[in-house]
Design a protein around this ligand. Structure first.
Ligand code: 5GP
Ligand code: ZN
Length: 115
């Protein structure tokens, strides 16, 4: 299901152009508009789920393997030394876009530990 006024539904399904670094039938991975580090990416399911608690089991099972795959690709292509996997649920927890997404934040040897 998609939500008409959800920006990540539009981006994930190609209705709004984005800097896409990966796409398959279930997900689009895009560069974050306000990056915490170079190459900061967001994993967006094409279906709308408000947060982790709404995620269906099939999508949930695919998310961490995809995070690992993209993280590995980041190490090779960006030369990052590691990466953070961050996922916010609820306004009080820092969620600002209410379409489930996972942050992949590359970290570099000469960069700060957290931004
Ligand atoms: P949250 O705070 O909900 O966990 O993360 C939302 C993220 O989405 C933020 O890092 C913000 O920079 C990013 N963001 C918000 N709107 C857009 C957009 O229209 N395009 C892209 N690429 N990123 C966005
Ligand atoms: Zn949505």
């Amino acid at each position: 299901m998609r939500e008409d006024n959800c920006i990540f539904c539009k981006i994930a399904n190609g209705g709004i152009p984005s800097e896409t670094i990966y796409e398959d039938n279930s997900f689009r991975v895009i560069l974050d508009l306000g990056p915490a580090s170079r190459g900061h990416a967001l994993i967006l399911p094409k279906q709308h789920y408000r947060d982790l608690c709404e995620l269906d089991e099939e999508t949930a099972k695919k998310v961490l393997p995809l995070a690992a795959k993209i993280g590995n690709a980041m190490k090779k292509s960006l030369g990052c030394a590691g990466f953070n996997v961050v996922q916010n649920n609820g306004e009080e927890a820092g969620q600002t876009v209410f379409h489930f997404h996972v942050h992949l934040i590359p970290r570099y040897e000469d960069g700060p530990v957290m931004v």
